[in-house]
Design a protein around this ligand. Structure first.
Ligand SMILES: *[C@@H]1O[C@H](CO)[C@@H](O)[C@H](O)[C@H]1NC(C)=O
Length: 211
């Protein structure tokens, strides 16, 4: 185990000795804050070695640098603690599980966000968008047209269909015949009249003799 230069070790120990407390604190009769009072064995061996710049101060006793704890200073510490199953990656930095974000994984996050007024909420631990009544889809990106959009129409906003050429109406249900159907004929699809007998022809303009 490499021991850092004594000068820097003393500096570190002097600066942190006042913060020591609990069962791991060095027992020493020397006045607090004095580096020489700290039981520091320069020949100490720590195996496994101290991690994260911890200092081996006695055999198998690591003095951890700020933000780390554990026998070999192997654990980073995060305060406040990482929430919702987040893992403390390095001091103050949590790695959050999917669906959570924020500094301490305390916020629910929906990948890509929620659109159109949808709200990201945890449902049984899974983040999902709760959409307003007019929208649906994983991000609330799809509008709902309760009337339906027929004949290839696309619902582009709540209740609004975008209709293909030749169709009109709230549900794209009305065919368009640029020339009106005559003699009681009905426009049944774009530019197509359904004629009443005995009429025929593109606009039902002809009277059939017989069939
Ligand atoms: C630390 O361990 C070494 C052997 O690894 C031993 O020689 C030494 O006496 C120990 N020091 C203390 C203070 O126990």
């Amino acid at each position: 185990m490499d021991v850092p230069g004594l000068g820097s070790a003393f500096f570190l120990l002097t600066s942190v000795i006042l913060a020591l407390s609990g069962p791991c604190a060095a027992r020493s009769d020397a006045p607090r804050g004095v580096a020489l009072g700290f039981v520091f064995d320069s020949k100490a061996k720590c195996d496994p070695p101290c991690e994260h710049a911890g200092i081996c101060i006695r055999n198998n006793t690591c003095f951890c640098s700020r933000g780390y704890e554990g026998e070999t200073c192997q654990y980073a510490t995060c305060y406040p603690k990482c929430k919702n199953g987040g893992v403390c990656l390095r001091p103050g930095k949590c790695r959050c599980p999917p669906g959570y974000g924020g500094r301490y994984c305390h916020k629910v996050t929906c990948d890509g966000g929620c659109w159109n007024g949808g709200e990201c909420t945890a449902v049984n631990g899974v983040a999902m968008c709760i959409c307003t009544s007019s929208w649906t889809g994983s991000k609330c990106q799809e509008a709902i047209c309760p009337q339906g959009c027929r004949n290839g129409g696309i619902c582009v906003a709540p209740g609004i269909c975008s209709c293909p050429d030749g169709w009109l109406g709230g549900a794209c249900h009305t065919a368009v015949c640029s020339q009106p159907c005559l003699n009681g004929g009905k426009c049944v699809s774009p530019e197509k009249c359904r004629c009443r007998p005995p009429f025929s022809g593109p606009r039902c303009e002809e009277r059939k003799k017989s069939h």
